[in-house]
Design a protein around this ligand. Structure first.
Ligand code: DX5
Ligand code: ZN
Length: 215
């Protein structure tokens, strides 16, 4: 089952609650929330207080993408604020196995994100423990960048690995440069959760934008 996760990074922050209600009504499955710390990535966004403030606006799962160093220090506050999926970057975690298992103990779905240059092999000994793998299709930090097509073989290879270990249910999420043109390519390669920021929030008709990603 394909999921569309609009990234609120591209929303109008002055009307964030309304923007979230709008994509909820327009057929979104998850709300993607990008946490950036100006250390792991050269940009700064929002944290638990903002997530808590918008939690009453929707019942859709909050898919939280942590682009931060020491992400585990934020887990309790994020969960208290209403996060449902917590995705950490493999590059930011010295003890990735411990971190992933901590997320599951706390009752969230556990995701691991890989920067474009990071090989799939970093997941070899943790793939049994994850609920989701996020393949970055741009270098993280900013919305509105171009899709890196070299990530398509990576998605295909991951889908194959997951089948081989008997875990076809693990989500493959893609993030960065997703449009109506790139969506069919990542879906064909095996992705089942599509994050889209500027493509969805950049159009006035969000229902049309979201449904165009499903075609
Ligand atoms: C980038 C973020 C993305 C971003 C995607 O670092 O992780 O979630 O919002 O933006 P678009 O869809 O515009 O490439
Ligand atoms: Zn993201």
């Amino acid at each position: 089952m394909l999921k569309i996760a609009p990234s609120i990074l591209a929303a109008d922050f002055a009307r964030l609650g309304q923007e979230i209600r709008d994509v909820d009504r327009s057929g979104a499955d998850w709300i993607h929330i990008d946490i950036m710390d100006n250390r792991f990535v050269p940009n700064l966004t929002f944290g638990p207080p903002v997530i808590r403030a918008v939690r009453p606006e929707t019942r859709l799962p909050f898919d939280v993408h942590l682009m931060t160093v020491h992400p585990e220090t934020l887990f309790p506050a994020l969960i208290e604020a209403g996060a449902n999926v917590l995705t950490v970057h493999a590059e930011a975690c010295t003890h990735l196995h411990r971190t992933v298992n901590r997320i599951r103990e706390l009752g969230c779905l556990a995701g691991v994100a890989l920067n474009p240059h990071t090989p799939l092999s970093v997941l070899d000994y943790v793939l049994q423990d994850v609920d989701l793998v996020l393949i970055m299709t741009v270098n993280p930090g900013f919305g509105g960048q171009s899709f890196i097509s070299g990530m398509l073989p990576k998605i295909r290879e991951l889908r194959k690995k997951l089948a081989e270990i008997g875990r076809p249910e693990v989500h493959i999420e893609v993030d960065g440069g997703i449009t109506d043109e790139t969506a069919p390519l990542v879906r064909e390669a095996g992705a089942d959760v599509l994050v889209a920021g500027s493509y969805v929030f950049g159009q006035t008709d969000r229902e049309k934008a979201i449904s165009s990603l499903r075609r």
